[in-house]
Every structure is written in C-alpha cells, then in structure tokens.
Design a protein around this ligand. Structure first.
Ligand code: NIG
Ligand code: FE
Length: 417
C-alpha cells in the first residue's frame, strides 16, 4: 500500500536524524518543510521533501497501487502522543463538578468518598464489556482529534480483581485498536474505603499480590503511584516502585500536583520515564530533573478544570529541561482527551512558543510514552500516524484557534481512519 501526499502547504515536525526528545532552547526547534510531499509505504513513513525535489522515480520499485492525495492549502503533522490518560472508566462525574463550582476542593471531595472512590464503585459494578465499549468510544473520539498513541492507566479498581479487570480491558483495546497503546498499572491511585486508616496494608497488598499478578499476565508496561499530599508518601511510593521495577515495570508517576510532595525526587531516583502534573515544581525539583532520563510532563487540562496553580513551565524550559504535555483524560479532573486543546493551553497558560508546545505534544510526549523511536515525528521508518489539517493559514493557527477542530483527515498505520 503506497500513499502519496503532494502540495502540502507545510509538513511539520520532520526529522532526518531522529532524537529521543528536545530540551531547553532546543524545544524551539521544529523541522518543517513548506510545499512538501510525503510518501508512505504500508504502515511507515518512507520519504518526504520539498515538491521541488519530487520525482516520480521515487516510486520505482514500490509495488502496488498508489493513492494520491492533493493537500493544497493544508498542513500535515505527526499525530499527537497522549502519554497520560485514565480513559477506561464507568460513568461520568458531573455532579462533583458542580460541588467544585460551589467551592469544594479536589481533596475535600476525595475525603467525602467522592472522586476516585466514586469512580471505583462504579467500575466495580461495570462488566468488562461495558468498560470496553465506553473506552472504545473515547478512543474513537481522541483519534478524530488527532491522537495516534496513548497511555491508559488502571487505578479505578483498587482491589486485585478489579485492577486486573481494568488492565484486561486495556489489553483488549490494545489488540483491537489501530492506536498505539501502553498500559500503566496504577493500583496506588487512592486508598480504598476498606483500608481507611490502614494505608500501609493496602500498599502491602499492591506489593505482594497485585504487582506479581499483573506481571504474570503481562498486563502492564509501566507502574504508577499517586505520590502526593493526602494520597501516597514518597516512602510508600519507593517501596512500590522497587517492587514494580523488580517485575519489569518502569515507573511513570503522578507527582507534585497538590504540594511539594517529594514525588519528583522519588521518580527521578527510580529512573521514572516520566513524572506528571508538576504544579508544585521549585528549584530543588528542577535540579533533580536536570540531567535525568525522566520526562517532566504537564497536564494543563486538569489544571484548567480544577482551577489549579499553573506549573512554572517557562522556568523549567529556560533552566534546560524538556517538557511533555498530555491530556490526563479522566472523569474527575479532565473529562477531555483533546490534544489540540492541550496544545493551545500550552501556549496560552504556560507561555510556550508554538514550536515548544508542538514538541511537548509529539516528540517529548512520545518519549514519555516510551515510543519516541517509532512515533512523535515524521521520519523515515517511523509509524505513519499523522493528520491532514483543514485549509489553515499558518502553523501558529493550530494553537491559536483554541477549541476548534482544525483536523480534516486522520491516518493511523498508513491507513485512513
Ligand atoms: O491525574 N491525580 C490523580 N488522578 C487523576 C484524577 C483521577 C480522578 O479524579 O478520577 C488525575 O488528575
Ligand atoms: Fe492522572
């Protein structure tokens, strides 16, 4: 299967010599080609360049029919990589959202048995099939808005059986969906009601029972812990991460959303692939992250929805750090998986330049997902996940026109979706 796109107004985020991520000043780098062609062979990018260099001889030796697309006036970008979601869940939580409007904080709602525990009770009552069907709809929704690779967490089970149930649903989504999917085991999302006052026993359950079972069925790629004020301590996090690593699960954790919790430092210490949220990031946290292999990941949708303080992203990038952005799609703190909106919020709220924000939602978030060798840019041999925009004026229009869908056609694994 050969697909040829011609007359592309701008082919964004191409790479000749792929890098794992971009940090600091480099985040302003984006290799874009004006008036370009793009050639796709089967499920991979095969060749690209300016139209002035297009030559039909490039098709020689490529078997099969060639579908030609005239992309005049349109831009092409690699699909978004959404490295942090909780998109398997049962039921929405708009009633709590009204409580929030009335002034209750995230922690107050959680303390009243709302929040994550509310979703946990609903998930318990839902069948695998129901969970699969509703998550499938969400996957279709994020595909249409430009996402091509996504991480999905467990964490609404909070007991062995239901955590495994969630992870089996994610495995089925992986098998059936054209999206690239990674699974993250988040047994330590909250302390379930039956362990109230016995948090360390719940941590033991995760360590002694859940992690070995998750690993035995090969249900997860990563391990997560909500390491924050009112949830799990750095010491508890450390114990769980050590066990996860022993069973082959690299950490990718929630940290510093509610306080200077020590979560970032624990994540770096255990070589987490990413530490996510990061509203409370100070000089010590920045120092810990510099030179590490851990990707600082911002979730502006959750900060927006909950009315949080904004992470000091300008300071982080200016200090030389890379940053990624993801949606956090979940029923409690971000009921949206729209990465076009995340791109806009990066510019509007974090004061990122458009190129920095693009790197944060493509290449750097691919790194935070563990797939930057195959996704996140348009490079020869990478998976052909990309979208064609509607006719638009400039690259800057993408983050600028917030809330509007700028995407006309979506391709996953080289095939139109
Ligand atoms: O990433 N911070 C912790 N967990 C989720 C919220 C999940 C929920 O409220 O259901 C988050 O925001
Ligand atoms: Fe989250």
């Amino acid at each position: 299967m050969i697909t040829l796109l011609k007359n592309i107004k701008l082919l964004g985020q191409t790479e000749i010599e792929p890098v794992a991520f971009r940090a600091g000043k480099e985040m302003q780098t984006m290799h874009n080609i004006e008036n370009a062609y793009l050639l796709i062979k089967d499920d991979k990018f095969y060749a690209f360049g300016p139209m002035s260099k297009w030559n039909p001889s490039l098709l020689e030796g490529l078997d099969g029919p060639c579908t030609e697309i005239d992309a005049t006036g349109r831009m092409v970008f690699p699909s978004f990589c959404d490295s942090h979601t909780h998109l398997v869940y049962a039921g929405s939580r708009e009633i709590e959202y009204i409580d929030k409007i009335r002034g209750l904080s995230y922690e107050e709602i959680a303390k009243r048995g709302g929040g994550i525990l509310n979703s946990s009770a609903r998930l318990h009552a839902a069948s695998e099939e129901e969970l699969f069907d509703s998550a499938w709809q969400r996957l279709e929704e994020i595909t249409a808005t430009g996402t091509g690779a996504v991480e999905i967490k467990s964490g609404y089970g909070l007991n062995t059986e239901d955590e495994l149930k969630m992870l089996r649903v994610i495995r089925k989504l992986k098998e059936k969906s054209p999206l690239t999917i990674k699974a993250n085991f988040l047994g330590a999302h909250a302390v379930p009601l039956e362990y109230k006052g016995k948090q360390s026993e719940y941590v033991d359950l995760i360590i002694n029972e859940m992690i070995p079972l998750v690993a035995a069925e090969e249900l997860a790629d990563y391990i997560d812990v909500f390491c924050d004020k009112g949830f799990f301590t750095p010491e508890e996090t450390e114990r769980m991460l050590m066990q996860g690593i022993k069973y082959g699960l690299r950490p990718k954790i929630h940290a510093n959303e509610l306080d200077y919790s020590g979560g970032i430092q624990v994540g770096v210490k255990y070589n987490a692939l990413s530490v996510d949220h990061l509203e409370y990031t100070g000089d010590e946290e920045i120092a810990a992250l510099l030179g590490s292999e851990t990707m600082p990941t911002l979730l502006p949708g959750a900060a927006f929805f909950l009315g949080m303080v904004w992470a000091p992203v300008r300071k982080m990038i200016d200090a030389g750090l890379p940053v990624a952005m993801a949606s956090d799609y979940n029923p409690g703190s971000c009921p949206s998986g729209n990465m076009q909106l995340v791109l806009s919020m990066g510019c509007i709220k974090y004061k990122m330049l458009p190129e920095e924000a693009f790197n944060a939602v493509t290449l750097n978030s691919a790194y935070a997902l563990g797939v930057s060798d195959t996704h996140g840019t348009i490079a020869k041999g990478k998976v052909a996940n990309f979208y064609i925009t509607k006719p638009i004026s400039t690259l800057e229009f993408m983050p600028y026109a917030f809330g509007n869908n700028k995407i006309e056609r979506v391709f996953l694994n080289g095939a139109e979706n």
